[in-house]
Design a protein around this ligand. Structure first.
Ligand code: 13P
Ligand code: SF4
Length: 300
């Protein structure tokens, strides 16, 4: 009986497919993934690949972004249930109302958003490039949607800008509390604290280093520290421990799990490739508008 990973790898070759996996996915998915990384890295890979099929092991907005970047390719999301609670916190109508309160102010939208929100925005960003993107805009005022956590962090880095954030948030990162870090720090005072900017500002203030998924992983590799407290999603900690076994990585809280990211399994990926389901579509005009915002981001 061939192993499930072998079956997936054979099908990938037969169908000229690639599998993109976010670092928050169940870790066994890395065994079949062509690229594993954060949102920015995977967006770039989705734009570059010459595969016929992209299987996105991630959440809905990520597969949708891949489709926007590569409309001629078939983009599959193994489990349709894999949504993003933050992305669902704003819809097009709400964004239009928000914009109407601040006429002429440019809108930066976190890539963790629907195609409709991207289409209504001037430029996208991810957590890896948010400061750079906001700083690239002329003028003082910027509307930032939907993540007030990342918006507050960007504001703290760019005192000359006035960032007006929408009230959305990532429930996974907002479940991390300052007390979680303080408790771990009292047990392990020498540990370096690495924090994702989707967290509360009070958590960010306790960080030795603040960074996106890729930023945290790079820092862990380069730092001379031996022990780290990681304030982001559990999948990042699992991968760090696998890749850097000589160091110790402590997950800040067992609550730091994105349930939506955990829907996809190897079985789902196999079925998705076999049956070519669930295909993600984006209506052409919407796609054209959303593409502009993502392309601007990729060129910053
Ligand atoms: P990054 O991959 O940009 O760090 O984003 C984190 C996240 O919440 C993805 O859903
Ligand atoms: Fe959305 Fe947060 Fe989950 Fe990322 S971690 S997919 S932002 S709910």
């Amino acid at each position: 009986m061939p192993k499930i990973t072998d079956k997936i790898n054979i099908l990938k070759k037969e169908k000229n497919a690639v599998i993109l996996a976010h670092c928050y996915q169940n870790i066994e998915i890395d065994e079949v993934a062509d690229f594993v990384g954060d949102s920015l890295y995977l967006s770039r890979k989705a734009a570059e690949t010459d595969a016929d099929i992209i299987v996105f092991a991630g959440v809905y907005f990520m597969a949708e972004t891949a489709k926007i970047l590569s409309p001629e390719k078939k983009v599959l999301l193994p489990r349709l249930e894999a949504g993003c609670l933050m992305a669902d916190m704003i819809n097009t109508e709400e964004l239009r109302k928000f914009k109407a309160q601040y006429p002429g102010v440019p809108v930066v939208c976190y890539v963790n958003s629907t195609a409709g929100i991207k289409a209504e925005s001037d430029i996208c960003c991810t957590s890896a490039n948010a400061v750079k993107v906001v700083n690239s805009l002329p003028g003082k005022r910027v509307l930032f949607v939907p993540d007030r956590g990342l918006g507050a962090y960007v504001a703290s880095q760019l005192p000359d800008k006035q960032i007006i954030s929408y009230y959305g948030y990532c429930p996974t990162h907002m479940r991390i509390m300052p007390g979680d870090i303080r408790a771990l720090k009292s047990q392990c005072p020498e540990a370096e604290v690495l924090v994702h900017p989707e967290c509360h500002m009070e958590v960010i203030k306790l960080a030795d280093f603040i960074g996106s998924t890729s930023g945290i992983m790079k820092r862990a590799g380069q730092s001379s520290a031996k022990t780290f407290i990681i304030a982001t999603e559990k999948g990042v900690v699992e991968r760090l421990q696998r890749d850097l076994p000589e160091k110790e990585f402590i997950l800040v809280s067992e609550k730091a799990i994105c349930e939506n990211m955990k829907w996809n399994t190897l079985e789902d990926i196999l079925i998705s490739l076999e049956k070519e389901r669930h295909e993600i579509f984006v209506e052409p005009e919407l796609r054209r508008m959303a593409y502009r915002a993502i392309e601007r981001m990729l060129s910053v």
